[in-house]
Write a protein that binds this ligand. Structure first.
Ligand code: ATP
Length: 304
Protein backbone atom coordinates (compact mmCIF):
# COMPACT_ATOMS: atom_id res chain seq x y z
CA UNK A 1 0.00 0.00 0.00
CA UNK A 2 1.35 3.40 -0.97
CA UNK A 3 2.02 5.79 1.90
CA UNK A 4 0.46 8.60 -0.12
CA UNK A 5 -3.05 9.87 0.51
CA UNK A 6 -2.91 12.05 -2.58
CA UNK A 7 -0.65 12.48 -5.55
CA UNK A 8 -1.01 15.00 -8.35
CA UNK A 9 1.05 14.63 -11.50
CA UNK A 10 1.45 17.61 -13.84
CA UNK A 11 -2.00 18.83 -12.93
CA UNK A 12 -3.11 21.64 -15.21
CA UNK A 13 -6.39 23.53 -15.29
CA UNK A 14 -7.37 26.11 -17.86
CA UNK A 15 -10.85 27.47 -17.30
CA UNK A 16 -12.96 27.23 -20.43
CA UNK A 17 -14.35 30.73 -20.53
CA UNK A 18 -11.34 32.94 -20.90
CA UNK A 19 -7.71 32.10 -20.89
CA UNK A 20 -7.14 31.65 -17.17
CA UNK A 21 -4.52 29.04 -16.45
CA UNK A 22 -5.39 28.32 -12.84
CA UNK A 23 -2.94 25.42 -12.43
CA UNK A 24 0.23 24.67 -14.42
CA UNK A 25 1.88 21.25 -14.11
CA UNK A 26 1.31 20.96 -10.38
CA UNK A 27 2.93 17.81 -8.98
CA UNK A 28 2.44 17.23 -5.27
CA UNK A 29 2.56 14.30 -2.89
CA UNK A 30 0.53 14.23 0.32
CA UNK A 31 1.59 11.60 2.85
CA UNK A 32 -1.03 9.74 4.85
CA UNK A 33 -1.93 10.87 8.33
CA UNK A 34 -0.73 14.47 8.42
CA UNK A 35 -1.75 17.99 7.57
CA UNK A 36 -0.74 19.25 4.14
CA UNK A 37 -1.31 22.96 3.59
CA UNK A 38 -1.61 24.84 0.34
CA UNK A 39 -0.60 28.47 0.64
CA UNK A 40 -0.74 31.20 -1.94
CA UNK A 41 -2.12 34.63 -2.57
CA UNK A 42 -5.64 35.19 -3.87
CA UNK A 43 -6.03 33.50 -7.23
CA UNK A 44 -2.96 31.24 -6.80
CA UNK A 45 -4.99 28.13 -7.66
CA UNK A 46 -5.55 26.56 -4.21
CA UNK A 47 -9.32 26.12 -4.47
CA UNK A 48 -9.01 24.85 -8.03
CA UNK A 49 -6.58 22.19 -6.80
CA UNK A 50 -8.91 21.15 -3.98
CA UNK A 51 -11.93 21.01 -6.26
CA UNK A 52 -10.20 18.77 -8.78
CA UNK A 53 -8.70 16.51 -6.11
CA UNK A 54 -12.11 16.12 -4.44
CA UNK A 55 -13.80 15.20 -7.78
CA UNK A 56 -15.86 18.39 -8.10
CA UNK A 57 -14.05 19.75 -11.13
CA UNK A 58 -12.36 18.11 -14.13
CA UNK A 59 -8.71 18.80 -14.86
CA UNK A 60 -7.58 20.03 -18.26
CA UNK A 61 -4.48 17.83 -18.17
CA UNK A 62 -2.56 15.71 -15.70
CA UNK A 63 -3.76 13.30 -13.07
CA UNK A 64 -4.66 13.15 -9.39
CA UNK A 65 -4.77 9.95 -7.38
CA UNK A 66 -6.48 9.71 -4.00
CA UNK A 67 -5.48 6.55 -2.13
CA UNK A 68 -4.43 5.23 -5.52
CA UNK A 69 -7.76 5.96 -7.24
CA UNK A 70 -7.85 8.28 -10.25
CA UNK A 71 -10.13 11.23 -9.39
CA UNK A 72 -11.56 11.29 -12.93
CA UNK A 73 -11.78 7.60 -13.87
CA UNK A 74 -12.61 6.29 -10.40
CA UNK A 75 -14.41 9.27 -8.88
CA UNK A 76 -17.01 7.12 -7.06
CA UNK A 77 -14.32 5.29 -5.09
CA UNK A 78 -12.63 8.58 -4.25
CA UNK A 79 -15.88 10.13 -2.99
CA UNK A 80 -16.33 7.34 -0.45
CA UNK A 81 -13.05 8.27 1.20
CA UNK A 82 -13.14 12.08 1.16
CA UNK A 83 -15.10 14.92 2.71
CA UNK A 84 -14.91 18.57 1.75
CA UNK A 85 -15.38 21.87 3.50
CA UNK A 86 -15.87 24.11 0.47
CA UNK A 87 -14.88 27.75 0.41
CA UNK A 88 -17.70 30.21 1.05
CA UNK A 89 -20.31 27.54 1.75
CA UNK A 90 -23.28 28.57 3.91
CA UNK A 91 -25.51 26.51 6.19
CA UNK A 92 -29.09 26.54 4.90
CA UNK A 93 -31.97 28.02 6.93
CA UNK A 94 -34.25 26.86 8.48
CA UNK A 95 -31.96 23.94 9.26
CA UNK A 96 -29.95 23.92 12.46
CA UNK A 97 -26.34 22.88 13.18
CA UNK A 98 -27.74 19.56 14.40
CA UNK A 99 -29.68 19.02 11.13
CA UNK A 100 -26.61 19.84 9.06
CA UNK A 101 -24.20 17.55 10.86
CA UNK A 102 -26.60 14.65 11.50
CA UNK A 103 -27.97 14.53 7.92
CA UNK A 104 -24.47 14.79 6.44
CA UNK A 105 -23.63 11.57 8.24
CA UNK A 106 -26.92 9.83 7.34
CA UNK A 107 -26.51 10.76 3.67
CA UNK A 108 -23.00 9.26 3.77
CA UNK A 109 -24.53 5.99 4.94
CA UNK A 110 -23.77 6.14 8.67
CA UNK A 111 -26.50 4.22 10.61
CA UNK A 112 -28.86 6.58 12.45
CA UNK A 113 -27.87 5.72 16.02
CA UNK A 114 -24.19 6.09 15.17
CA UNK A 115 -24.91 9.31 13.24
CA UNK A 116 -26.61 10.76 16.34
CA UNK A 117 -23.67 9.91 18.53
CA UNK A 118 -21.11 11.31 16.10
CA UNK A 119 -23.12 14.46 15.36
CA UNK A 120 -23.29 15.24 19.07
CA UNK A 121 -19.59 14.53 19.43
CA UNK A 122 -18.64 16.87 16.54
CA UNK A 123 -20.96 19.63 17.77
CA UNK A 124 -19.41 19.36 21.19
CA UNK A 125 -15.86 19.41 19.74
CA UNK A 126 -16.66 22.64 17.89
CA UNK A 127 -18.42 24.11 20.97
CA UNK A 128 -21.75 24.24 19.19
CA UNK A 129 -23.91 22.24 21.58
CA UNK A 130 -25.73 25.26 22.98
CA UNK A 131 -26.56 26.45 19.45
CA UNK A 132 -27.37 23.07 17.95
CA UNK A 133 -31.11 23.72 17.59
CA UNK A 134 -30.86 27.31 16.35
CA UNK A 135 -31.86 27.88 12.69
CA UNK A 136 -28.89 28.76 10.49
CA UNK A 137 -30.15 32.28 9.73
CA UNK A 138 -30.01 33.09 13.45
CA UNK A 139 -26.39 32.03 13.86
CA UNK A 140 -23.47 34.47 13.84
CA UNK A 141 -20.96 34.20 10.97
CA UNK A 142 -18.47 32.34 13.15
CA UNK A 143 -21.10 29.84 14.35
CA UNK A 144 -22.11 29.18 10.75
CA UNK A 145 -18.51 28.54 9.81
CA UNK A 146 -18.07 26.22 12.80
CA UNK A 147 -21.20 24.33 11.69
CA UNK A 148 -19.60 23.74 8.28
CA UNK A 149 -16.35 22.62 9.90
CA UNK A 150 -18.33 20.23 12.14
CA UNK A 151 -20.08 18.78 9.06
CA UNK A 152 -16.74 17.94 7.44
CA UNK A 153 -14.94 16.76 10.57
CA UNK A 154 -17.85 14.62 11.80
CA UNK A 155 -17.44 12.41 8.73
CA UNK A 156 -14.02 11.25 9.96
CA UNK A 157 -13.27 10.69 6.27
CA UNK A 158 -9.86 9.26 5.44
CA UNK A 159 -9.03 12.46 3.52
CA UNK A 160 -10.50 15.80 4.53
CA UNK A 161 -10.26 18.82 2.24
CA UNK A 162 -10.69 22.00 4.27
CA UNK A 163 -10.75 25.20 2.22
CA UNK A 164 -10.06 28.07 4.63
CA UNK A 165 -11.73 26.35 7.60
CA UNK A 166 -11.02 29.12 10.10
CA UNK A 167 -12.06 32.07 7.94
CA UNK A 168 -13.79 34.64 10.15
CA UNK A 169 -13.36 32.68 13.39
CA UNK A 170 -12.31 34.35 16.61
CA UNK A 171 -8.88 33.35 18.01
CA UNK A 172 -10.33 30.92 20.56
CA UNK A 173 -12.52 29.16 17.98
CA UNK A 174 -9.60 28.96 15.56
CA UNK A 175 -7.57 27.13 18.17
CA UNK A 176 -10.49 24.79 18.83
CA UNK A 177 -10.57 23.91 15.13
CA UNK A 178 -6.81 23.30 15.20
CA UNK A 179 -7.26 20.88 18.09
CA UNK A 180 -9.98 18.93 16.28
CA UNK A 181 -7.91 18.84 13.10
CA UNK A 182 -4.98 17.42 15.07
CA UNK A 183 -7.26 14.90 16.75
CA UNK A 184 -8.47 13.67 13.34
CA UNK A 185 -4.87 13.23 12.21
CA UNK A 186 -4.09 11.23 15.34
CA UNK A 187 -7.07 9.02 14.47
CA UNK A 188 -5.59 8.40 11.02
CA UNK A 189 -7.24 10.99 8.74
CA UNK A 190 -5.20 13.06 6.32
CA UNK A 191 -6.02 16.75 6.04
CA UNK A 192 -5.46 18.96 3.00
CA UNK A 193 -5.92 22.54 4.05
CA UNK A 194 -5.84 26.00 2.55
CA UNK A 195 -5.45 29.06 4.69
CA UNK A 196 -4.33 32.66 4.52
CA UNK A 197 -3.30 32.56 8.17
CA UNK A 198 0.40 31.80 8.11
CA UNK A 199 0.58 31.26 11.86
CA UNK A 200 -2.09 28.59 11.42
CA UNK A 201 -0.12 26.96 8.62
CA UNK A 202 3.02 27.01 10.75
CA UNK A 203 1.34 25.46 13.77
CA UNK A 204 -0.68 22.81 11.96
CA UNK A 205 1.19 21.68 8.89
CA UNK A 206 3.42 18.68 8.45
CA UNK A 207 4.05 19.80 4.89
CA UNK A 208 3.34 22.95 2.93
CA UNK A 209 3.27 23.85 -0.75
CA UNK A 210 3.24 27.48 -1.84
CA UNK A 211 1.45 28.15 -5.10
CA UNK A 212 1.74 31.29 -7.16
CA UNK A 213 0.05 31.89 -10.49
CA UNK A 214 -0.93 28.21 -10.61
CA UNK A 215 2.62 26.94 -10.17
CA UNK A 216 4.35 25.34 -7.21
CA UNK A 217 6.90 27.87 -5.97
CA UNK A 218 8.23 25.69 -3.20
CA UNK A 219 7.25 22.77 -0.97
CA UNK A 220 8.48 20.91 2.08
CA UNK A 221 8.11 20.74 5.84
CA UNK A 222 7.73 24.01 7.73
CA UNK A 223 11.31 23.71 8.98
CA UNK A 224 12.65 23.01 5.49
CA UNK A 225 10.82 26.02 4.11
CA UNK A 226 11.97 28.36 6.86
CA UNK A 227 15.54 27.21 6.22
CA UNK A 228 15.21 28.51 2.66
CA UNK A 229 15.32 32.07 3.97
CA UNK A 230 19.05 32.80 3.98
CA UNK A 231 18.97 35.13 6.99
CA UNK A 232 18.62 33.71 10.51
CA UNK A 233 16.71 36.40 12.39
CA UNK A 234 14.33 39.27 11.78
CA UNK A 235 13.97 42.64 13.44
CA UNK A 236 10.62 44.38 13.12
CA UNK A 237 10.99 48.13 13.25
CA UNK A 238 7.94 50.29 13.95
CA UNK A 239 9.65 53.68 14.29
CA UNK A 240 12.90 55.51 14.88
CA UNK A 241 14.70 54.48 11.68
CA UNK A 242 14.49 55.40 8.02
CA UNK A 243 14.32 52.68 5.42
CA UNK A 244 17.58 53.88 3.94
CA UNK A 245 19.38 53.59 7.26
CA UNK A 246 18.07 50.07 7.85
CA UNK A 247 19.41 48.74 4.55
CA UNK A 248 22.90 48.71 6.09
CA UNK A 249 21.68 46.15 8.67
CA UNK A 250 20.09 43.65 6.29
CA UNK A 251 17.38 42.97 3.74
CA UNK A 252 14.23 45.06 4.14
CA UNK A 253 10.68 43.84 3.66
CA UNK A 254 7.89 46.39 3.97
CA UNK A 255 4.79 45.06 5.72
CA UNK A 256 1.83 47.32 6.55
CA UNK A 257 2.89 49.68 9.37
CA UNK A 258 6.42 48.36 9.85
CA UNK A 259 9.68 47.42 8.23
CA UNK A 260 11.15 44.00 8.69
CA UNK A 261 14.91 43.64 8.56
CA UNK A 262 16.05 40.11 7.75
CA UNK A 263 19.58 39.74 9.00
CA UNK A 264 22.08 37.75 11.12
CA UNK A 265 22.49 37.72 14.92
CA UNK A 266 25.40 40.20 14.93
CA UNK A 267 23.68 42.89 12.88
CA UNK A 268 20.43 42.36 14.81
CA UNK A 269 22.28 43.00 18.07
CA UNK A 270 23.76 46.24 16.71
CA UNK A 271 20.35 47.38 15.54
CA UNK A 272 18.79 46.59 18.93
CA UNK A 273 21.45 48.55 20.80
CA UNK A 274 20.83 51.55 18.57
CA UNK A 275 17.09 51.20 19.02
CA UNK A 276 17.43 51.21 22.83
CA UNK A 277 19.43 54.46 22.61
CA UNK A 278 16.79 56.02 20.39
CA UNK A 279 13.88 54.59 22.36
CA UNK A 280 12.57 53.14 19.10
CA UNK A 281 9.99 50.37 18.98
CA UNK A 282 11.63 47.23 17.61
CA UNK A 283 11.26 43.49 18.16
CA UNK A 284 13.40 40.53 17.15
CA UNK A 285 12.11 37.06 16.42
CA UNK A 286 13.15 33.93 14.55
CA UNK A 287 12.36 33.59 10.84
CA UNK A 288 8.76 32.44 10.34
CA UNK A 289 6.86 30.79 7.52
CA UNK A 290 5.31 34.20 6.88
CA UNK A 291 8.76 35.65 6.18
CA UNK A 292 9.39 33.04 3.51
CA UNK A 293 5.91 33.60 2.08
CA UNK A 294 6.37 37.36 1.87
CA UNK A 295 9.83 36.85 0.44
CA UNK A 296 8.48 34.64 -2.35
CA UNK A 297 5.04 36.09 -3.01
CA UNK A 298 5.03 39.65 -1.64
CA UNK A 299 2.92 40.84 1.31
CA UNK A 300 -0.26 38.80 1.74
CA UNK A 301 -2.49 41.83 2.40
CA UNK A 302 -1.54 43.70 -0.78
CA UNK A 303 -4.12 43.66 -3.58
CA UNK A 304 -2.82 42.49 -6.94
P1 ATP B 1 -8.30 32.56 -3.05
O1 ATP B 1 -7.18 32.58 -2.08
O2 ATP B 1 -8.73 33.93 -3.43
O3 ATP B 1 -9.41 31.65 -2.64
P2 ATP B 1 -7.26 30.52 -4.85
O4 ATP B 1 -5.80 30.34 -4.65
O5 ATP B 1 -8.15 29.54 -4.22
O6 ATP B 1 -7.69 31.99 -4.44
P3 ATP B 1 -8.62 29.84 -7.33
O7 ATP B 1 -9.98 30.15 -6.79
O8 ATP B 1 -8.27 28.43 -7.54
O9 ATP B 1 -7.49 30.54 -6.44
O10 ATP B 1 -8.46 30.65 -8.71
C1 ATP B 1 -7.31 30.48 -9.55
C2 ATP B 1 -7.54 31.33 -10.81
O11 ATP B 1 -8.60 30.77 -11.57
C3 ATP B 1 -7.91 32.78 -10.53
O12 ATP B 1 -7.32 33.57 -11.52
C4 ATP B 1 -9.43 32.78 -10.67
O13 ATP B 1 -9.88 34.05 -11.08
C5 ATP B 1 -9.63 31.74 -11.77
N1 ATP B 1 -10.93 31.05 -11.66
C6 ATP B 1 -11.39 30.36 -10.59
N2 ATP B 1 -12.60 29.81 -10.86
C7 ATP B 1 -12.89 30.15 -12.15
C8 ATP B 1 -13.99 29.87 -13.03
N3 ATP B 1 -15.01 29.12 -12.62
N4 ATP B 1 -13.94 30.37 -14.28
C9 ATP B 1 -12.88 31.11 -14.71
N5 ATP B 1 -11.82 31.41 -13.93
C10 ATP B 1 -11.81 30.93 -12.66
Amino acid sequence: MSNLALESIDLTKVYRRGSVRALSNVSLEVKRGGVFTLLGRNGAGKTTFLRIASTQLLPTRGQVFVFGYDVVEEADFVREDVAVLPQEAMPIPPYTPWDHVYHTLVIRGVPRAEAKRRALEALEELELLEYKDRPADRLSGGLRQRTLVAMALATKASLLFLDEPTLGLDPVSRRRVWEVVRERCRSGSTIVLTTHYLDEAEVLSDEVAILDGGKVLTKGSVEELKAKVKESVKVEVVNGFSEEELTSFGRIIKVADRLKVLTDEGAAEELLKLAVRRKAKVRTSPISLEDLFVDLCGPEDDER
